[in-house]
Design a protein around this ligand. Structure first.
Ligand SMILES: Nc1ncnc2c1ncn2[C@@H]1O[C@H](COP(=O)(O)OP(=O)(O)O)[C@@H](O)[C@H]1O
Ligand SMILES: [Mg+2]
Length: 453
């Protein structure tokens, strides 16, 4: 049978367990009752022998209400006292009334007190073999019929109560299973509601139990992550089209102007130069996107080699030398010697270039860019510092996201795709490094990179 719901399965388990416990209890009660009555009878029999029969037996060598079994050589005789007359029966021949147990008889002749329960003429008897002396054993019996009746009554009572116990167990099982499953159902419907309504709500129900609270937390974290993913995806498409639109519009405008009438060679050259600028911007965006796409798909491999970080930085600075002079910026360089890192040269150059380019881009003329490297016990640290426009506090958590650009006017004025820092962070991360930023609007920004040695 396939049990579909967890509740039903749990209910069946609980039901079986409770029913089993009930049955065990009844069984134990029955056994205890039976043993109790037997030992009660045994005590009564021994008491009877000791108190009434033994003294009598000493006096008369015969007793009332009991049988005396006597051993002569290998033969046993039974002396039965009925009223005032004795009957002596040769047990070897047929025995009287209750059959006798030779093993117990022998034990008893050895001096031990023996009991047995036997069935005779459809009735149970409890029989005691009691050694009176070396040659005589007193045997008395007690009919168990009344006790048996009590026992049977109890048994019948239990059997009648079985259907009730069955229902009680089933009810209990269903109740417990319901209690166990109800928080899960509540969570399920809360989650379903959020999914169906597509709302940004979170599961907000109070449940007793650490496990459920933990589960709700996990659910909500998944919702959060999902929402972030959806938002990023949404933004990605709109940001991308936005970014490639302005160079395309400018290209189109340039070409349309060029075609409107015949022009001088110098004019064509000017238009082509402008167009080239737009095309370079477009290809930069696609290059960066391609890089990030490869990074996402884990198909970028670092070609590591041991390189002095200072050499890398110097090469990048050299590349930007003209732009720094044109932007009328001061450059301060402070390199601590011999900071060798096992890294991918091209990628790190790209990362440093993005940071230095930003520093140039976001620092007004007359400002200063400071590049510093130093080593600590286990780390190599690189700081790229500027006293430019700075980054608003609310933008800082986002600047490493793709396409994120500060919405400030002086940031928008400067051209860019918002991909540079995303790329830089990926590169630093894949070198097991860490990049962080400190910035104050109007004061400047410092990007700090830390690599383990
Ligand atoms: N040195 C800096 N000074 C001020 N703002 C910065 C600096 N570096 C980065 N930013 C801010 O972070 C944003 C993201 O940088 P980035 O990813 O390089 O994109 P882009 O330079 O193409 O705008 C920038 O738009 C800018 O607002
Ligand atoms: Mg940039």
């Amino acid at each position: 049978m396939i049990i579909k719901t967890f509740k039903l399965r749990l209910a069946i388990y609980c039901f079986s367990a409770t029913l089993l416990i009930f049955l065990l209890l009844l069984g134990i009660i029955l056994i205890q009752y039976k043993e109790g009555t037997i030992s009660e009878v045994d005590n009564k029999l021994i008491e009877e022998v000791k108190k009434n029969l033994l003294p009598d037996f000493e006096k008369n060598r015969t007793v009332k209400n009991a049988e005396v079994i006597r051993k002569r050589a290998d033969e046993y005789y039974q002396i039965i006292n009925i009223g005032n007359s004795f009957i002596i029966v040769d047990l070897n021949e047929k025995g009287h009334g209750l059959p006798f147990n030779k093993a117990l008889l022998l034990n008893s002749f050895g001096g031990s007190i023996e009991f047995e329960t036997i069935k005779h003429n459809n009735e149970n008897f409890r029989v005691l073999y009691f050694p009176a002396d070396r040659e005589n054993i007193i045997r008395i019996s007690y009919p168990l019929s009344s006790k048996d009746e009590d026992y049977q009554r109890l048994q019948r009572l239990f059997i009648f109560s079985l259907p009730f116990l069955f229902f009680i167990s089933a009810g209990l099982g269903w109740l417990i299973a319901g209690m166990a499953v109800s928080p899960i159902n509540k969570m399920k419907s809360a989650a379903e509601k959020i999914i169906n309504e597509g709302s940004e709500d979170r599961i907000n129900i109070k449940l007793k139990g650490e496990e459920f609270r933990g589960l709700i937390k996990i659910f909500n974290e998944i919702f959060d992550r999902n929402e972030r993913l959806i938002n990023t995806q949404r933004h990605f498409a709109s940001d991308l089209s936005h970014e490639i639109r302005s160079p395309l519009t400018s290209l189109r405008g340039n070409i349309e102007v060029a075609l409107r009438k015949k022009r001088h060679v110098e004019e064509y050259e000017e238009i082509l130069r402008n167009s080239l600028f737009d095309i370079i911007r477009l290809s930069k965006i696609t290059d960066n996107l391609l890089f990030l796409a490869k990074a996402d798909n884990n198909i970028l491999q670092l070609r590591r080699q041991r390189i002095d970080v200072n050499d890398l930085l110097k090469a990048v600075v050299e590349h930007f030398a003209d732009r720094i002079i044109n932007a009328e910026l001061n450059l301060v360089e402070e390199y601590q010697e011999a900071l060798v890192l096992n890294c991918d040269r091209d990628m790190l150059e790209q990362a440093f270039a993005n940071l230095i380019e930003n520093a140039i881009k976001y620092t007004p003329s007359g400002g200063t860019i400071k590049i510093k490297t130093w080593g600590e016990k286990d780390y190599i640290k690189i700081s790229i510092n500027d006293n430019g426009v700075g980054i608003p506090q609310e933008d800082i958590p986002h600047i490493f996201e793709r396409f994120y650009r500060s919405k400030r006017e002086d940031s928008i004025k400067r051209k860019g795709s918002g991909l540079g820092l995303a790329l830089t962070k990926w590169i630093i991360d894949s070198h097991e490094g860490n990049i962080s930023v400190k910035s104050v609007v109007g004061v400047g920004s410092e990007f700090l990179i830390v690599f383990p040695k």
